[in-house]
Ligand binder design. Structure first.
Ligand SMILES: CC(C)(COP(=O)(O)OP(=O)(O)OC[C@H]1O[C@@H](n2cnc3c(N)ncnc32)[C@H](O)[C@@H]1OP(=O)(O)O)[C@@H](O)C(=O)NCCC(=O)NCCS
Length: 190
């Protein structure tokens, strides 16, 4: 099994299951993503733009099941999907040692420690994958919760593209953060 499911306690005392996404999760996961996009100021996609069909969703989940540098973990409570983290490994050979992270949680489950658990399990899994060496992500610097989480987990700031996002009558910067999983295996030339 790619990722062994585990039951973990949140700060609110509730127990959630973290497990790999299955093809049969597709409709529920699509709905969860739509729901959290609707009230996430800091994910640069409107719910209307998220038009993933059932078939596309099945292919999307299947890609995480088959690619050895990728993993999609869902958090489940009482049979419902309440959040996810995706570790999306690059498909080009020269960047196959890297994976980009995306994550989101339903609003009523935020600030419960769930993001920390998803990220902790995701990083632990990535460290065990021989192919993976570097995780990275992009974040709005204004996203205080996400920034606190990523810094706590050890992500470092790599660089900013200023004025990258444009909505709500203003611009926002795009900050890239990265997390080296292993020592470099090839000597970098001086
Ligand atoms: C970002 C997100 C995934 C984090 O998950 P979460 O379950 O809310 O995060 P956690 O509760 O595990 O951790 C949040 C941390 O931020 C801290 N925090 C929360 N609000 C904060 C604020 N305004 N300023 C500083 N720190 C803050 C919390 O205290 C906690 O730190 P601690 O564990 O040391 O106490 C979740 O909030 C979410 O889905 N947000 C909407 C979608 C989104 O922004 N996705 C990320 C796009 S890059």
């Amino acid at each position: 099994m790619k990722f062994t499911p585990r039951a973990l306690l949140l700060k609110n005392g509730k127990e959630v299951i973290l497990r790999s996404a299955r093809i049969s999760d597709t409709p529920a996961l699509i709905q969860t993503i739509k729901n959290y996009l609707a009230d996430s100021t800091y994910i640069p996609q409107t719910p209307e733009e998220f038009t993933m069909t059932l078939e596309e969703g099945q292919q999307w989940i299947a890609s995480f099941i088959t690619k050895d540098n990728s993993l999609l973990i869902v958090a489940e409570f009482d049979g419902a999907i309440i959040g996810n983290i995706d570790i999306n490994g690059h498909q080009r050979q020269m960047m196959a040692h890297t994976a980009v992270i995306g994550m989101g949680i339903l609003s009523e489950w935020r600030n419960t420690g769930l993001g920390t658990l998803l990220m902790r399990e995701g990083i632990a899994w990535a460290k065990q994958q021989p192919i993976l060496e570097l995780l990275w992500l992009q974040v709005y610097p204004e996203n205080d919760t996400a920034m606190a989480l990523y810094k706590k987990m050890g992500f470092e700031e790599s660089g900013i593209i200023k004025n990258f996002f444009k909505h709500h009558d203003r611009y926002y910067d795009n900050l890239t953060m990265s997390f080296p999983l292993k020592q470099h295996r090839i000597k970098t030339p001086l």
